[in-house]
Design a protein around this ligand. Structure first.
Ligand SMILES: Cc1cc2nc3c(=O)[nH]c(=O)nc-3n(C[C@H](O)[C@H](O)[C@H](O)COP(=O)(O)OP(=O)(O)OC[C@H]3O[C@@H](n4cnc5c(N)ncnc54)[C@H](O)[C@@H]3O)c2cc1C
Length: 299
C-alpha cells in the first residue's frame, strides 16, 4: 500500500502546478487573507466557526519568523474588523521555535496580547515529534500568563495520554487529532485500532476532567464514539467542539452541525500553498490518495 501511495506522490509531483492548484484548492482558502475572510464569512452564515492559519513552516531566519508573526497579527485584525467567528492557529516552527525558544515565546506573547484585547484565542498546532517537547514547554510557559492559548495532541504518539495527564494542572484547552507526520514505530502507534483507542482514551480523560476539547477528526467511527461518550458523561456543549479540515468530509461536518454541535473548520491560506501541499503529501502519502480520488471523482 505504501508503495502505491509513494507512486501517487510521485505522480502528483509530476503534474503541472496549475493542475495541482485546482485540486489542492479544495483544501486551501486561497492566496490572500481576504480569501480566508470571505470563506469564514460564508461558513459563519451556516453557523460554522473557523480557525485561520497562514501557510508556511520550517522557516530558517528570525526575519521570516517575524514576517509570519506579522501575518498572524493581521489575521487577528481581520477577525476583529469583520467580526469573524474564528480564531488563529499557528505553527510553532513558523514562529521560530527551533531557532530560539525565548524569541518564539516573545513572538507568541505579542500575538496573545493582541488576542486578549479582542477576546480571541490562539491554538498552537503540533508538528513532528522533534518539536513535541519544545512545543509543550512553550505552551506551559505561555499558559502561566495567558488563558487564551491551547495546544494540540496526537493520538498516534504513544506518549500522548501521559502528556494529557501531565497537562491537567494547566487546565489545558486541547485539540485532539490523530497526527499527520510520519513517525517511527518506537514512539508511534501504526495500527488504526491502536490510534483510535488512544484517541478515545485521551478524549475520555479530557472530558472526565472538565477540560475543553476540539475533537479534530473526519473519522466517522471516532465521531460516533465521541457522541456516545458525550452523552454517557453528560458533557455540557460548551466543553467541546468538533473540528475538521477545509474541503474534507463536508457531509459529516454538516451532519454534526445539524445535530446541534459546534463545528470549527481549519482554514489555511497563503502563497506557500504548493510547497505546503507537496510537503503534506510527502509526510503523509495517504493524503495523495485522497487527492487522486478527488481528482477522479472516486468516493
Ligand atoms: C482541525 C484539524 C486540525 C489539525 N491539526 C493538526 C495538528 O496540529 N497536527 C497534526 O499532526 N495533525 C493535525 N491534523 C491532522 C490530523 O492529525 C489527521 O492527520 C487528519 O485529520 C486525518 O485523520 P482523521 O482523524 O480525519 O482520520 P482518517 O482515518 O485519516 O480519515 C477519516 C476519513 O476522512 C477522510 N479524509 C481524511 N483526510 C482527508 C483528506 N486530506 N482529503 C480527503 N479526505 C480525507 C477520508 O474519507 C478518511 O477515510 C488536524 C486535523 C484537523 C481536522
Amino acid at each position: 500500500m505504501s508503495y502505491i501511495n509513494n507512486l501517487i506522490v510521485t505522480f502528483v509531483q509530476l503534474l503541472p502546478k496549475s493542475i495541482v492548484r485546482v485540486f489542492s484548492g479544495k483544501y486551501i482558502a486561497g492566496d490572500t487573507l481576504q480569501d480566508a475572510v470571505s470563506l469564514t464569512l460564508e461558513l459563519n452564515k451556516k453557523g460554522i466557526y473557523t480557525t485561520i492559519d497562514v501557510l508556511g513552516e520550517d522557516i530558517s531566519t528570525r526575519d521570516e519568523a517575524i514576517y509570519a508573526k506579522n501575518e498572524c497579527s493581521k489575521i487577528l485584525d481581520a477577525i476583529k474588523k469583520f467580526k469573524l467567528k474564528s480564531n488563529l492557529s499557528i505553527k510553532p516552527t513558523q514562529m521560530g521555535l527551533m531557532l530560539d525558544s525565548d524569541f518564539c515565546y516573545q513572538q507568541l506573547s505579542e500575538l496573545l496580547d493582541k488576542a486578549v484585547a479582542i477576546d480571541n484565542f490562539v491554538r498552537i498546532d503540533m508538528e513532528d515529534s522533534n518539536t513535541t517537547d519544545k512545543t509543550f514547554a512553550l505552551y506551559k510557559r505561555l499558559r502561566q500568563k495567558y488563558n487564551n492559548v491551547g495546544v494540540v495532541v496526537q493520538s498516534y504518539l504513544k506518549r500522548t495520554l501521559p502528556d494529557v495527564k501531565s497537562l491537567l494542572p494547566f487546565k489545558t484547552n486541547f485539540r485532539l487529532c490523530k497526527g499527520i507526520y510520519i513517525e517511527p514505530e518506537e514512539i508511534a502507534f501504526k495500527s488504526k485500532n491502536e490510534i483510535r483507542k488512544n484517541y478515545l482514551d485521551s478524549l475520555r480523560f479530557m472530558l472526565q476532567n472538565d477540560l475543553y476539547v476540539g475533537i479534530a477528526t473526519h473519522d466517522e467511527y471516532l465521531v460516533n464514539e465521541s457522541y456516545k461518550m458525550i452523552k454517557e458523561l453528560n458533557v455540557s456543549v460548551n466543553k467541546f467542539e468538533f473540528q475538521m479540515l477545509l474541503g474534507v468530509r463536508e457531509d459529516l461536518r454538516t451532519k454534526i452541525n445539524e445535530d446541534g454541535y459546534k463545528v470549527r473548520v481549519y482554514v489555511p491560506f497563503g502563497k506557500d500553498w504548493y510547497a505546503y501541499s507537496i510537503r503534506r503529501l510527502k509526510e503523509n502519502p495517504q493524503v495523495a490518495g485522497h487527492i487522486v480520488k478527488n481528482l477522479f471523482g472516486l468516493k
